[in-house]
Design a protein around this ligand. Structure first.
Ligand code: SAH
Length: 325
């Protein structure tokens, strides 16, 4: 048993059953603080790690919105949960080429991942939470960030907990599960209130569903495979599917405008990922096959294309960002 699991069990023995929300929070804090989980040697791979084209499409969308809003000089680039900083580096390259000269602000709790991000974006500024960001217009991206925030689960109206039973960790109840994520909704509410008041746009990209529905979507991934949720606490990535209806509702309630929800495949195709791949292949013919494979992974219906969705939230005074209509 790892020292982290021992501490978790002692906590349950001392304080009683742990809510799924508290369990997920404790496990993920430990998990992200102690490793770089990305890439072939890690537990999972994300869109920006598959190809530079993903971050470039994000950068192009943010740049077009910024220009359409009159290129405000005080705007800043913001990323929530930037992983290795790959997406930031790719998006900022496009933003800078479009004339953006603003600062880069990264919200990241893991000291280890901050180091990786510093290598990719040396001029960045770091923050522990959204509330610490400067009061300026934001050009914000959150890719596979909301899914990592803790959720609550309820069965028959009662909150679901993690307990110790039969010498191991177990859930205290089973049945039809209703999920909600007050932490996730607070992040969306706070960022949407900021965009409405101060200007800017936020792109959220994640796996999830368009309508609120019952169901257990909590999942654990380790070594690129699904694993039992309560196995190896703190050693595997715990996420859940994002309820985009709840996100859109929170954003609108806070005064921001919300785009239609589109699939990642649809969005990237509308933004011209095919043309970008062709241009890159023209300049590097030996990379043609890799580029075609990357486009397929990012947009293919059986790959990331349909499972992942994109929702943009923007200041009502800013036009709707590209790729949603
Ligand atoms: N966006 C990156 C990484 C996704 S992994 C990519 O697409 O490759 C999730 C990221 O969110 C990691 O960087 C993790 O450390 C960070 N993270 C998780 N919970 C967080 C929290 N509560 N506050 C800030 N960052 C968090």
């Amino acid at each position: 048993m790892t020292p982290f699991e021992r501490a978790l069990r002692e906590r349950i023995q001392a304080d009683g059953p742990l809510t799924v929300e508290a369990y997920m929070e404790a496990c993920n804090n430990y998990y992200y603080a102690t490793r770089d989980p990305l890439g072939t040697g890690g537990d999972f791979t994300t869109a920006p790690e598959i190809s530079q084209m993903f971050g470039e499409m994000v950068g192009a969308t943010l740049a077009a919105s910024w220009q359409a809003a009159g290129s405000p000089a005080d705007a800043i680039y913001v990323e929530l949960g930037p992983g290795r900083g790959t997406l930031s580096a790719d998006a900022l390259r496009v933003l800078v080429a479009a004339g953006f000269d603003g600062e880069a602000h990264l919200v990241e709790t893991s000291p280890l991942l901050r180091e990786a991000q510093a290598a990719a974006v040396p001029r960045a500024h770091w923050h522990d939470a959204l509330g610490d960001l400067p009061d300026r217009p934001w050009l914000l991206i959150a890719n596979e960030f909301l899914d990592a925030l803790p959720i609550r689960q309820r069965v028959g109206g009662a909150e679901r907990h993690v307990i110790i039973a039969g010498g191991g960790l177990a859930f205290d109840r089973d049945g039809e599960i209703i999920e909600e994520s007050p932490v996730r909704e607070k992040v969306v509410t706070d960022l949407s209130a900021h965009l409405a008041r101060r200007g800017g746009v936020a792109l959220t990209v994640d796996y999830g569903h368009a309508r609120t529905a019952p169901g257990d979507t909590l999942q654990a991934v380790r070594g690129h495979r699904f694993a039992p949720i309560l196995d190896k606490p703190g050693e595997q990535d715990l996420t859940s599917h994002v309820d985009f209806e709840a996100i859109a509702r929170a954003a609108a309630k806070a005064g921001s405008s919300v785009t239609p929800l589109v699939t990642q495949g649809e969005w990237l195709n509308r933004l011209g990922i095919g043309a970008r791949a062709a241009a890159l292949a023209g300049a590097n013919p030996d990379r043609s096959a890799d580029l075609a494979a990357a486009v397929q992974r990012l947009t293919g219906k059986k790959e990331m294309g349909d499972l992942f969705k994109v929702l943009a939230i923007h200041c009502p005074d800013w036009p709707q960002p590209a790729g949603f209509a």
